[in-house]
Design a protein around this ligand. Structure first.
Ligand code: UD1
Length: 411
């Protein structure tokens, strides 16, 4: 796999800082795209030693290994092998396993990303061991507490010492919840850095062609949220809607393992296949993005795809009642739809004008901003408390925190 060298060279100029050992927590498919650009940026920046910790929440080759290969990530420094289970089993399993690693390896910082169970679990471990925790993709809120991810977001943000946000709405959410401004840095959307990191490979691939489809003539479907695929009544509404939509727009549906179980249990997979929907295994990142870049529209319940389609200017129809990423609606290509309105919205997406806006700082340069912020905050953490307080007060809202598990105080 060749990575985009001009993209990587951007980090070489980063100035030296005191050596900081950073645990980057990778866990599940959407997290690999958030961790990869940051790992490369930290690895190239003097003064940082990034260590990948894979909790093993996603473990299939298609859901994990293929992403490491595509994104040029090395073997993890630690693999916790936690695997599947109930929410409590998965969260508890990650906490028990990661606590041992954190105690043994004693990082200066723990960086958690996104909103999966492993994110909240590792934030909790860091908080209890007084190791500073950074949350990348902080502040997103769907305000729907029936979503497991919303609970993970709330827990993680309340524990994190540094909150890296993608958009102004996220800053506002955190401030409204009483998080001090000094802990928040708006860095932009890291997912798009991953796209730029491997753009040449994405552009060279032709997954649509392999499936006998012309670019711009098909839709990509992904579904995996429990509220959509674990509830048989909702799943049947979705399958009906996709069968109907297929008549208007040929659909390719890479099926998540959670969804595959639900579809197979009700024989919906054969119904979709008979209708002409192309059901395929989950795709590695480069192949999936090749498919998305050639799509006329995406139909999804994924958070990441709402963002990627906004960046690429491709209409996105989100089969959910809410989104924690409202900026993809107000400044992007996203629309919330129901199974009943899907067909109408597909028609509108195919025939209507396409917005070409993109939110500020969604520019493929987020990893560089993260490294710079961490360098600044690490420098403050290494200073004597009085000096650190002065410096921190200048640019970080007066908050003091010392890295490496030393004592700290917040003002
Ligand atoms: C998880 C995240 C969700 C994220 C999604 C992306 C939580 C609560 N949810 O949902 O935020 O958007 O990942 O995919 O953390 N399975 C496999 N192989 C795998 C992984 C999972 O077969 O590699 C099966 C397991 O049987 C598992 C089920 O899929 O029980 C669901 O996996 P899980 O990690 O619980 O949640 P996701 O639905 O993937």
């Amino acid at each position: 796999m060749t990575l985009n060298q001009p993209y990587l060279n951007r980090f070489r100029a980063t100035s030296a800082a005191m050596a900081q050992r950073i645990h980057l927590i990778a866990a599940a498919r959407p997290n690999f795209m958030k961790v990869a650009p940051l790992w490369h940026a930290l690895e190239a920046a003097p003064g940082f030693t990034p260590v990948l910790v894979h909790t093993g929440q996603h473990y299939d080759v298609n859901m994990s290994d293929a992403f490491f290969a595509d994104l040029g990530l090395p073997e993890p420094g630690f693999h916790l092998g936690v695997g599947s289970g109930s929410h409590a089993e998965q969260t508890g399993g990650v906490m028990i396993a990661y606590e041992k690693v954190a105690l043994e390896d004693r990082p200066d910082w723990i960086i958690v990303v996104g909103d999966v169970n492993s994110t909240a679990a590792c934030a909790m471990v860091g908080g209890k061991l007084s190791i500073p925790v950074v949350h990348l993709e902080a502040g997103l809120r769907s305000r729907d507490r029936t979503m497991p991810e919303e609970l993970n977001r709330l827990v993680t943000d309340v524990l994190a010492d540094v909150l890296w946000t993608p958009s102004p709405d996220a800053d506002e959410n955190l401030l409204a919840e009483g998080i001090p401004a000094g802990r928040i840095s708006r860095v932009g959307n890291i997912m798009l850095d991953s796209f730029e990191l491997v753009r040449p490979a994405i552009e060279a691939a032709d997954v649509a062609g392999e499936l006998g489809l012309e670019r711009g003539s098909y839709g990509v479907v992904t579904l995996h949220r429990p509220s959509n695929v674990d509830d048989p009544a909702q799943l049947v509404r979705l399958v009906d809607a996709l069968v109907e939509a297929q008549r208007r727009l040929p659909l390719v549906f890479p099926v998540h393992p959670r969804t595959a179980k639900g579809l197979a249990g009700a024989l919906f997979d054969s119904r979709l296949a008979r209708a002409g929907v192309r059901l395929v295994e989950p795709l590695p990142y480069v192949r999936f993005m090749s498919l998305v870049t050639g799509a006329a529209a995406a139909i999804t319940d994924s958070g990441g795809i709402q963002e990627e389609t906004t960046y690429l200017g491709i209409p996105c129809l989100t089969l959910r009642e809410n989104t924690e990423r409202p900026v993809t609606i107000s400044e992007g290509t996203n629309r919330l739809v129901t199974p009943e309105t899907l067909l109408l919205e597909i028609e509108r997406a195919l025939t209507g004008p396409r917005p070409v806006r993109c939110p500020e700082l969604w520019d493929g340069k987020t990893a560089a901003r993260c490294v710079e912020d961490l360098r600044r905050r690490s420098a403050v953490a290494k200073l004597p408390v009085a000096e650190a307080g002065e410096l921190a007060a200048r640019y970080a809202g007066g908050e003091r925190r010392r890295a490496g598990g030393e004592s700290y105080r917040r003002s």
